[in-house]
Design a protein around this ligand. Structure first.
Ligand code: HEM
Length: 449
């Protein structure tokens, strides 16, 4: 690369960051100092460390709260309604920026796929959305997903065998690194035909790109995200080309075939769909497993209930999704002038839906901050969103949660916390980046059911 080109690329990248994140970050920091809720959500480190007290501060302010940049809701009823409303749409990255920044963003963006930019499923509505979803559902049939459960079990036990054989010199294991991250990546890689040798690399791209869902990134975070997205884009191109030449017995090969013959997706559409399924497949479930392990170790009486009544594991997974939601937020924009909970919302205005806060709405959940693996309406959480963008991987994530957590606690019934652990530095996604545990003695595998 010539020096002139490198400088130009760097200037372009800097301008793109400024348009996408830098200005918003500056404004949000100022707004946060004045107590603005959206500003605090973007820029307050205390909210990032633990958003629950912040959600509870907002709750008395009503079902729809006006911030400087957008509306926010922590209300279950409002979030549920907006996710299903035809009057509210998903937001494409950059579309809601003020006009001059939008102009700059368009002129400086790279052609990299981004989970929040069309043709990603998360950034389009009908008719494209309907067509893309049909394509994925045709491959991700309930039968295909049911058959994945066995694969999940096999993978979980293989990883747990390895942990039991090699718990590390000090007996302390970072369970995120050794289990929670590996199970979803192994499962989704099997499904999508990702060879063993590529998995660590794909996991690393995902880790780098995870903050891509957040607003107001710092320059260094932004650069890490861009390098993760660039690496992932390059790898995905090669992977799709390889599966086109040598299709295998996996859902990605089926998706490619369907896109070439039946539904006629463009290459970009195919890459966006396949890339999102792959990334969503491991960037979220890792958090479900880590959050669940931590919650259950911190609540031994709840773990004891599950040990007595293993049929409650599915409810426990719903309760973990409710109480420590792996995806905390999403947003929608008004497609037309509307009224929400009695407040007018003009066309083009954005509403941030705090899914994790809706999951603690006392109007729906009794004692909402209590962790209760017998809670009969735990499944009413909004952690998988709702309406037409409802998570396409929910059944798989539930299977991974049930099998992954129950198998772990069956194998290591005396596991305990070895050190405090650290949370991931992301706002939309919430989970542990490391969680050091002392595993204790391992029990032989007990097959279930
Ligand atoms: C605990 C794990 C998971 C959680 C909490 C989760 C959460 C979500 C949420 C909240 C959305 C919708 C966002 C919105 O409405 O704006 C979503 C969409 C999606 N998820 Fe998941 N997800 C999980 C696992 C998975 C897995 C394992 C896969 C793939 C195998 C997956 C694939 C997708 C796809 C493709 C979409 C886009 C659907 C659409 O826009 O129509 N997810 N997920």
């Amino acid at each position: 690369m010539s020096c002139g080109y490198e400088v130009e690329a760097r200037v372009r990248q800097r301008l793109h960051w400024l348009a996408m994140h830098g200005v918003i970050r500056g404004l949000a920091t100022m707004a946060a100092r004045r107590g603005d809720p959206q500003g605090r959500l973007v820029a307050d480190p205390a909210v990032r460390a633990d958003p629950v007290p912040f959600y509870e501060e907002l709750r008395p302010q009503g079902p729809l709260i006006r911030g400087r940049i957008s509306f926010l809701t922590v209300d279950h009823g409002v979030a549920h309604e907006l996710l299903r409303s035809e009057d509210f749409r998903v937001i494409s990255l950059g579309a809601n920026l003020p006009a001059p920044l939008r102009w700059l963003e368009r002129r400086t963006r790279t052609g990299l796929l981004h989970p929040l930019r069309p043709p990603s499923l998360l950034a389009v509505e009908a008719p494209q959305h309907t067509r893309y979803r049909k394509t994925v559902s045709a491959v991700f049939t309930p039968r295909a997903v049911a058959s994945l459960r066995e694969r999940v079990e096999l993978t979980a036990h293989t990883l747990l065998d390895r942990l039991a054989d090699d718990p590390g010199g000090s007996g302390v294991v970072d369970i995120v690194d050794r289990y929670c991250a590996l199970l979803p990546v192994a499962v989704i890689s099997d499904i999508l035909g990702v060879p063993e040798r590529d998995r660590a690399r794909v996991l690393q791209f995902g880790e780098l790109a995870a903050p891509s869902l957040d607003m107001g990134l710092s320059w260094s975070q932004y650069r890490r995200v861009e390098s993760g997205l660039a690496g992932f884009n390059r790898w995905l191109d090669d992977h799709i080309a390889e599966l086109r030449r040598n299709p295998g017995d996996n859902l990605m090969s089926e998706l490619i075939q369907a896109s070439d013959t039946d539904v006629h997706l463009t290459d970009e559409e195919l890459r966006a769909i396949a890339g999102l399924v792959l990334a969503a497949g491991f960037e979220t479930t890792v958090n479900l497993l880590g959050n669940g392990i931590r919650l259950l170790i911190d609540s031994p009486e709840q773990l004891a209930v599950l040990q007595q009544r293993p049929e409650l594991w599915p409810t426990a997974v719903e309760e973990i999704l409710r109480l420590d939601s792996p995806v905390q937020l999403t947003a929608r924009v008004a497609a037309t002038d509307s009224v929400v909970a009695g407040t007018p919302v003009a066309r083009g205005e954005m509403v941030v839906l705090c899914l994790a806060a809706a999951n603690r709405d006392p109007a729906v959940f009794d004692h909402p901050h209590r962790f209760d693996v017998t809670r009969d309406n735990a499944g009413r959480h909004l952690s998988f969103s709702g309406g037409r963008h409802f998570c396409l991987g929910a059944a798989l994530a539930r299977a991974e949660g049930e099998v992954g957590l129950s198998a772990f606690f069956d194998r290591f019934p005396e596991v305990g916390i070895a050190a405090a652990g650290t949370r991931r530095d992301t706002r939309v996604l919430r989970g542990w980046s490391n969680l050091p545990l002392r595993l204790g003695p391992s029990r032989a595998m007990v097959p279930r059911g």
